[in-house]
Design a protein around this ligand. Sequence first.
Ligand code: 5GP
Ligand code: ZN
Length: 313
Amino acid sequence: MVLHTMETAKATEVRPTRTLLDQLEDAGLLLRTGVDGLYIRTAAYQEVADGIDAMVSRWAATLHATRLHMPPLIPRTSFERTNYLESFPDLMGSVHVFAGGEVEHRQLLQRATRGHPWSELLQPSELMLEPAVCHGVYPLCARRPGSGPWLFDVSGHCFRSEPSKEPTRLQSFLMHEVVYVGEAAGAEAHRDMALDRGQALLESLGLEVAAVPASDPFFGRVGNVLAASQLDEQLKTELVAEVPGNSRPTALLSANYHRDHFGRSFGIETTVGELAHSACVGFGVDRIAIALLATQGLDPSRWAPSLRSLLRL
Ligand code: 5GP
Ligand code: ZN
């Protein structure tokens, strides 16, 4: 009787559907590390990401942008000049290092072997994790007053402390930005041009995107006001797509006009000695790769030849 009940239960059991992350792992593209939002990329996945990265760079080269590869870290002094501490404290990450002697080392090992917390024995270093690759270029401009306008093609790994089960929201992800620093009119024109061009690039890959006014996830009550005014002034636009398996449309690209925010905080001067304005257009390389995999199939070797050739696969 008991056996019969169990068998009936088995027969009617609904097999939980495989999430997008499960499917990416089953297909040998991303591998879990045990921490949500941190995945190891296989060669098959990275080829797609590199193809997207290179495609953005080929376009940026036509604009004569300076190509830079950002490290995943930023000097703490530069970080303090961005608005991260004020606006996004919940997303930031800091690098801490061991700076003790042998006594402290013994303490550290004792705690670790007993399974006790040991990270308070580390000291903050002069480095923070980079939350957006454009942050790295402003100190470069500040060091060369009056030599702009500057146009950069920058990419690198970013960190944001926002663990999630959705593979399009990562803690460590690849961002590729095309950044203008110079006069106000130039910054606005760059934002508009790069948004249009970015949309054309994504559409050429077969992605259906829609441009929507957006705001950054500013922290706290003051943050609500900042987000409302960012929306009001239309300073941020995102290109969003439906990614199968995601609960909401996903931003694959964002276009941002910062006014003189970075010019002022980093002390960047234009050729005529005014505070520089800036604009950046950021491609979420991992999000674009995952959107392609989720819509075109999990085996890139079977994608349409036209798509493979655009990505030089
Ligand atoms: P933003 O600075 O506008 O937040 O980010 C720029 C672009 O980076 C976004 O449009 C998006 O494509 C990508 N991005 C932002 N956050 C994440 C994230 O958590 N995971 C991934 N994979 N990409 C992100
Ligand atoms: Zn940026």
